[in-house]
Design a protein around this ligand. Structure first.
Ligand code: HEM
Length: 437
């Protein structure tokens, strides 16, 4: 790693630690995209778990919100959809006053819209349950079995195309490529144009200058292109016999065939982000974590049967979605605090996954933990990730294929992390593969 970058990061982390402990608790705010980018967010959550696990931040770039930071409290909120609703948004959108004048909040998965324009992650029952059922078969065990050989063949082809002995960006050549190929298959999206999915996904989740757009006008144009493309696909599929891909399922499913195009596009957005960024960042996270923990990497090489538990440990350790948010539908007393009707409540999965009352030695990356699937990264309750088995399948297959081919994948420098309080991932990760097996 370049020493300069390491020094700067270490200074930033020390500063974040001081801020996290010197700020009066009443105004403490853990939602800093810059802290997540610098991997410097941990002390804020460490302090909140210890001193104020249900915490009110009165003001921030994202307005006022409650932070829930302990494992069991997060589960309690996530499984109580009667009080904590998803219908008004599942993220923390920036408040209008911190956005530039040309920005406007499009109707997106974290913004919350109306029942006939929301995706199902932004809905409560009964609408949520009916729509979720429509897309579930595509990620059910029977279909995953059909997909597995296709994913394996592609993973192998991607790995065989990598340069040996030359530095390259793992995020671009492997993580993005594999997850985009899988998403293109789920949508039956024209395969040669699949990188459009990557670009649109990045457009939806990045801040200006951190992805494929710089101005909000560019962003609007890219999203309009995406919408037009998917409406075209809907029109093709609705006029063809029902098939097993997600677009056809949405176009023909009894609960979704009458959807407005706003609602259809919201569901497409949800599936693009759900299927892309999360798994991508876990694949990159596994390379990072194994390099930072060479004893674990050696253990994995010696025991490839540890791949499934390594995959779950990486999903916990990485926590690819740092939080989900809800809105209280009524006044509610929770752990001695008065949550008021209309308050935004943030479940910080990233913090719950480091709660040492539930997970032993939670900061350590241990690929042979006794209960590796005990983590919050997929959420709980009615919105628990519908694609969780597909994510695990892709990660398992890529690692089975990696171990067959390469004795080592070496991280060359500190990766560039995502500038986001929501997507916890990597923009770039330079690696080298010294040789083949
Ligand atoms: C490691 C990878 C993944 C992680 C960490 C992840 C995480 C999550 C989380 C935290 C939620 C919300 C849970 C809650 O509110 O309780 C969620 C929901 C969802 N995820 Fe994933 N996800 C991953 C992979 C995928 C994949 C591959 C797909 C593609 C099919 C997908 C599709 C969805 C959908 C459609 C929802 C909404 C479910 C609902 O509202 O009922 N996810 N995911």
């Amino acid at each position: 790693m370049a020493d300069g970058v390491a020094d700067i990061l270490s200074d930033k982390r020390a500063l974040a630690r001081r801020r996290a402990y010197e700020t009066p608790l009443e105004t403490l705010n853990p939602a800093w995209a810059s802290a997540f980018r610098d991997d410097a967010h941990w002390p804020y959550f460490e302090r909140l778990r210890a001193e104020d696990p249900v915490h009110w931040t009165p003001d921030s770039n994202y307005g006022a919100f409650w932070s829930i930071t302990k494992y069991h409290d997060i589960m309690a909120v996530d499984t109580n959809h009667q009080v904590f609703s998803s219908a008004l948004g599942i993220g923390l959108p920036p408040k209008a006053s911190v956005l530039p004048p040309d920005a406007f909040l499009e109707r997106e998965i974290d913004a919350g819209g109306s029942e006939d324009s929301n995706s199902f992650i932004n809905m409560d029952p009964p609408g949520h349950d009916i729509q979720r059922k429509t897309v579930s078969p595509v990620v059910a065990p029977a279909n995953l079995q059909t997909m597995a050989p296709v994913i394996r063949e592609r993973a192998g082809a991607i790995l065989d195309s990598l340069p040996i002995g030359e530095p390259f960006d793992w995020v671009d050549l492997v993580s993005k490529e594999l997850t985009t190929m899988t998403l293109a298959t789920l949508f039956d999206f024209p395969f040669e144009e699949r990188r459009k999915l990557t670009m649109w996904s990045d457009t939806m989740t990045t801040a200006p200058g951190h992805g494929p757009w710089n101005t909000y006008a560019e962003r609007r144009q890219l999203l309009a292109d995406c919408r037009a493309y998917f409406i075209d696909l809907w029109n093709q599929r609705v006029n063809a016999p029902p098939a097993g891909d997600l677009i056809s399922m949405l176009a023909h499913g009894p609960a979704t065939r009458g959807s407005s195009m706003d609602q259809y596009f919201s569901n497409v957005t949800l599936l693009i982000i759900g299927g892309n960024d999360t798994t991508r960042n876990t694949i990159s996270g596994s390379i990072f974590a194994l390099n930072r923990n060479p004893d674990q990497y050696a253990k994995l090489r010696a025991n490839p049967e540890l791949i499934p538990s390594m995959v779950s440990e990486t999903i916990r350790w990485q926590t690819p979605l740092a939080h989900m948010a809800r809105t209280a539908l009524q006044d509610f007393e929770f752990r001695g605090k008065q949550i008021k009707k209309g308050d935004r409540v943030v479940m910080w999965y990233v913090s719950g996954n480091r709660d040492d009352e539930v997970i032993d030695n939670p900061y350590a990356y241990l690929i042979d933990r006794p209960h590796p699937r005990q983590h919050l990264s997929f959420g709980f309750g009615i919105h628990r990730c519908v694609g969780n088995r597909l994510a695990e399948l892709q990660l398992t297959i890529i690692w089975e294929e990696i171990l067959k081919r390469f004795p080592d994948i070496r991280l060359l420098e500190e990766p560039r992390r995502s500038y986001s309080i929501f997507i916890k991932g990597y923009e770039q990760m330079q690696v080298i593969i010294p040789s083949r097996n």
